[in-house]
Design a protein around this ligand. Structure first.
Ligand SMILES: [Zn+2]
Length: 184
């Protein structure tokens, strides 16, 4: 987005998973991931509406390699919803790694949405778990507070977002993971 982009009160910025475990020194670090934090802060200051998402896994989550004896991180296993990459343990509920980066400064964020809480399903999207049918609840928030009727399918949402028909902008963060966390 250019500095000159027009942002109005109907626009919402979704900040995805700016957490310690995805920053250098974290369990699943994105190289130089911490460098995005001041940019996110500056961008968020321009939005009246900001939503933060937080990867928030229970111990023993299906996406953890440690949950699958004999398997290693970054291998792929079959899940009912398709291939699942195995990750190091990360963003375990209540741990320092699951906390937002300490420099993230968005006090006016209206909603912190935790995802990946279902033990058997991973969650990259802010809107749907990886089975592409289980909602995270974010669409309900938009319906209640912003009057948006959200498309039923993630793929429809992607096209809607790109057309900005709902005035939502997604800010990618964990872009080294596939599928990109903020692409849906
Ligand atoms: Zn995760």
């Amino acid at each position: 987005m250019s500095e000159g982009a027009i942002i109005d009160g109907n626009d919402v910025l979704i900040v995805v998973d700016v957490q310690n475990d995805f920053c250098p020194g974290g369990a699943l670090a994105v190289p130089r991931g911490d460098e995005i934090v001041p940019i996110v802060n500056r961008l968020a200051a321009r939005f009246h509406n900001v939503v933060l998402t937080q990867d928030w896994h229970p111990p023993g989550h299906f996406s953890f390699a440690s949950t699958h004896p004999g398997r290693n991180a970054f291998e792929t296993v079959a899940a009912p919803y398709g291939p699942q990459v195995l990750w190091p343990n990360h963003c375990v509920q209540g741990t320092p790694g699951a906390a937002f980066h300490s420099a993230l400064d968005i006090p006016h964020a209206a909603l912190v949405l935790r995802k990946g809480m279902e033990r058997a399903i991973d969650s990259y999207s802010a809107f749907y778990e990886n089975d592409r049918t289980t909602p995270t609840g974010l669409s309900g928030y938009f319906a209640a507070f912003h009057g948006c009727f959200w498309p039923a399918s993630p793929s429809t949402f992607v096209s809607a977002t790109r057309r900005r028909t709902h005035g939502v902008k997604a800010l990618p963060f964990s872009s080294s993971r596939t599928p990109a966390a903020a692409s849906t």
